[in-house]
Each structure stands twice: as C-alpha cells, then as structure tokens.
Write a new protein. Sequence first.
Length: 166
Amino acid sequence: MSISAVLPILLLLLLSPLSPKAISGEVQTAYEILAGYNFPIGILPKGVTGYELDENTGKFNAYLNDSCSFSLEGSYQLKYKSTISGVISDNKLRELSGVSVKILFLWLNIVEVVRDGDELQFSVGIASANFAIDNFYVCPQCGCGLNCDNGSKVSKLRTNPLVSSV
C-alpha cells in the first residue's frame, strides 16, 4: 500500500473523536467510564442500561430502566431519575441532574461531586458533605441500597460529621 493511500486513513484516525477502545470495537460500561475519571463505580446504582459521553466536552447522559430510590443504612434516602446527566472531568462531576437526596424532609438535587484524595464531596448547591471513598466501592441496588437479600451487610455510611456551606 502506498503512502498516499495510508495518509488519509491515518489522518482520519488522528482527527476522529473516537477513543482507541471504540475503534477496536470494545465498548466501555458507564462504570468503567467513571473509573477512568477517577471515581468509584458505587456512585451509580446497579442497572445502568447505557450512556452517552462527549469526550470533547465531558457532557454525559446515563440511563436506567426506570427511576430508582433506596436508603443507605437509614442515613440518607437517594433518588435517581431514569436519566442522569452532567459534565464529567477528572475528579469532578458538575451540572448534575437526575440525582437527589432527602435531607430532613426536603428533597435536594445533588449538583456536584468532587473527589479530593480519599473523600468525595457531594454538593446540593448551598451545602455539601464529605464521605470516605471506600463507601462507594460497591454499587447500591434500587429498592434495597446496600442491604439486599444477598446476605452481605455493609457498615454504616462513614461521613465527615461536618456539613459545610458552599
């Protein structure tokens, strides 16, 4: 094959927004994408059916079959809509929509998640809370969270006791 025949193919590959895995036919899961941006998989519940990601801007959508809710050891109630969207970059999820947490009697949208070392900071806009990252190594299940009938119990969610204003 001549250089003139190879050059257009090489240019197409270099200018393509597709990742090498996409070119080779391997499709990553939403959980693998999270890990690639330095987040633990457990910030998404089990059952993500698909996702879209614009690698240039970081804009994403993740899809569940239906909305999803659960409690984590009675401490927090979480709700996920069937579509979760936002912008992802290394150690930061921003402009989130589709995830909310019940604090006292109010449902508040989680708008940002930032990884800082071994902690994740969840922000609802006016306040934030820090949690140890190892709380999120396992994906919760819709309906039962981390205490499902599989026999494995997870200890209480470890948190930084201070809630800070943003």
